[in-house]
Design a binder for this molecule. Sequence first.
Ligand SMILES: Cc1ncc(COP(=O)(O)O)c(C=O)c1O
Length: 371
Amino acid sequence: MKLTSLLEKNLSGLRSYEPGRGKEKIREDYDIKEPVKLASNENPYGCSPRVRAGIEKEMSRLKEYPESMAEPLRRDLADFYDITPEEIIVGNGSDELIGLLVEMMGRNQGEIIYADPSFVKYRVYIQSKGCRGVAVPLDENYRHDLSAMKAKITEKIRLIFICDPNNPTGTLLTAAEITAFLREVPEHVLVVIDQAYHEYVTDPEYFSAVADRENWPNLLILRTFSKAYGLAGLRVGYGISSPEIIHYLTQLKDTFNSNRLAQAAACAALKDQQHIEDSRRKNNREKEYLYQKLEELKLDYQISQGNFVLIETSAASRKISKKLEEQGIIVKPGAALGLENTVRATVGSRSDNQKLLAALEKIVSGWNLAI
Ligand SMILES: Cc1ncc(COP(=O)(O)O)c(C=O)c1O
């Protein structure tokens, strides 16, 4: 068999992740000077101003490999959460850790449960690493259906992903729901709660997880510096779990998975909690503004605990996204996320949001899409 035929045979079923289209492309395609990117749930206010000094200090050391275990950052995170560094692994984005978790638990026919629609990378890694996944649809309120997920647990299940708040729906599970679920999950199953949007959550019923972690030896929490911390471009995420689980996961990681600048930036960003509070406050204010204006446009949306809003459209999501792109606004078409007739828009700054709403208004009035 020809090599390319073999590759085609092995890989043709893969559906890879669709990253949001970049500003450059929109600039070129539509001759728009300042496109607005609301496709990847980045922080519109950027990172803490302290990050620059943190990075500059490292610039003279670029020839040196970084700390393989991201020791200073793990120590800072341990202090921040009042846990030990042995309970923390740093990844090249939490994305890398999702891949490692799939690899670790999917070995030797281990199977993996995840919700659908949820963060697309669970499915992408399960497929690309040749593992078997069990997708469990969200319930009618776009929330994880924990009882359906529990019903899918067999001897072969090794890993369950829970995305809380869920990307792309913004929905949240309560602490009571999650702890009841954890109580019933058998010991051979690792439960990963992906809290990429943790810093944005305001619901008091949220399962903040870290404080309670010791009660749950088969729990791993994923968080990231890509969202509220505004460091998506540097790629830093982390996992918190028992020292044993962290030890095994660490064995699978690349030796120098997290680079020198990223580690220094994350250390500096963590020390500026005022920036996180400000970002959360502005995100809440802008989310409320978006809700109100979407209602005026008679567009349905999902209340979100993240920094993004899922907007229902009565037309194909790719058509709507394209119409928005023509006006310089980049959003995520629901079709890429398993939710046709929706688009997911990051909550931007006031001027970003005004541009999004003006563009939506044009589409709604022109196409008579209002529900
Ligand atoms: C739910 C969720 N988990 C994980 C990630 C990955 O984040 P990163 O790899 O940038 O840390 C994202 C990014 O969009 C996400 O939405």
